[in-house]
Design a protein around this ligand. Structure first.
Ligand SMILES: [Zn+2]
Length: 297
């Protein structure tokens, strides 16, 4: 049995998969806020509870924002800041008395979709989560790529490529730089750009809905967004040349992206044709927790 845990900022979820990958148990609880010790306790109780309920022991994989530093063994880059700088992997291994695998949540998303999701069977998969932030992970032949700095796929804090007039320097990003891809492609980023250009305060779903009703300003924001996403992904295609790019997160529900973005990216990719597939995730919000379970394959 494989147990996967999605350790997020607002909720902690556990899933149990049997040998065939079928889901046999799931539970979700709120994440204790600003309390490291309580977070350890909740994760331990979820694992122990699931194992006693199902009457068997499982492997444990955990997906979380941020990454375990290979140099120090401490968590870094998490938006649950109370976890940063903590030896969370060591502590959970001690509490649960077993070896645990822990990966960035975007890597887990990409892994889930590569194993039995929208990119099933593909050799190289770039999995992108675009919601309130922008993250990504890379899976090669069924294995999540981590890298010596544990940041493989972290493309959201690269600058928006092929900048056009009016796009420089771009908005300030929490990482300390300006004009990061995340500041353009996240849902709040789309809303901010629309407001700067039109004065209209609409969130991303509102812009999408009005564009569908024929609102010309919202349509312009949508096509600008599609071109920026195409440029950002063209950069990835030029470096990684993935077989499949899978979109996740709230923005992945914008159906028109899957037809329109590939229409734009041919102008930026260094190739006479682009056969990369751009697809919507299959497992939705469950991809993080399922990918964590698949860390043991
Ligand atoms: Zn940034």
């Amino acid at each position: 049995m494989r147990l996967g845990i999605d350790l997020g900022g607002t909720k902690i979820e556990i899933v149990a998969l049997d040998e065939s990958g079928r889901e046999v148990g799931r539970r979700r609880v709120a994440t204790p806020q600003n309390d490291y010790a309580a977070t350890l306790r909740v994760v331990t109780e979820l694992v122990r509870g699931m194992e006693s309920e199902l009457g068997r022991v499982g492997t444990v994989g955990i997906g979380t924002p941020g990454a375990i530093s290979r140099a120090t063994g401490l968590l870094k880059n998490s938006n649950s800041v109370c976890l940063n700088g903590q030896p969370i992997l060591d502590d959970l291994e001690r509490l649960l008395e077993r070896t645990i695998r822990m990966e960035n949540d975007a890597n887990c998303f990409a892994l889930s979709e590569a194993v039995d999701g929208a990119a099933e069977g593909a050799g190289v998969v770039f999995g992108v989560i675009i919601g309130t932030g922008t993250g990504a992970g890379i899976v090669v032949n069924g294995q999540a790529l981590t890298g010596p700095n544990a940041i493989a796929g972290e493309w959201g804090h690269n600058p928006l490529p092929w900048p056009q007039p009016g796009e420089l320097p771009g908005g300030a990003c929490y990482c300390g730089k300006s004009g990061c891809i995340e500041t353009w492609l996240s849902g709040p980023g789309m809303a901010r750009r629309h407001q700067e250009r039109t004065g209209q305060a609409l969130d991303a779903p509102g812009i999408v809905a009005r564009a569908a009703q024929g609102d010309m300003e919202c349509e312009k924001s949508m096509s600008e967004y599609e071109d920026r996403l195409a440029r950002s992904l063209a950069h990835v295609i030029n470096i990684l040349d993935p077989d499949v790019i899978v979109l996740g997160g709230g923005m992945s529900n914008i159906d028109r992206l899957y037809a329109n973005v590939p229409r734009h990216w041919g102008r930026y990719v260094f190739s006479d044709r682009v056969d990369t597939r751009l697809v919507k995730n299959r497992h939705g919000d469950s991809s993080g927790v399922r990918g964590a379970a698949w860390l043991w394959d």
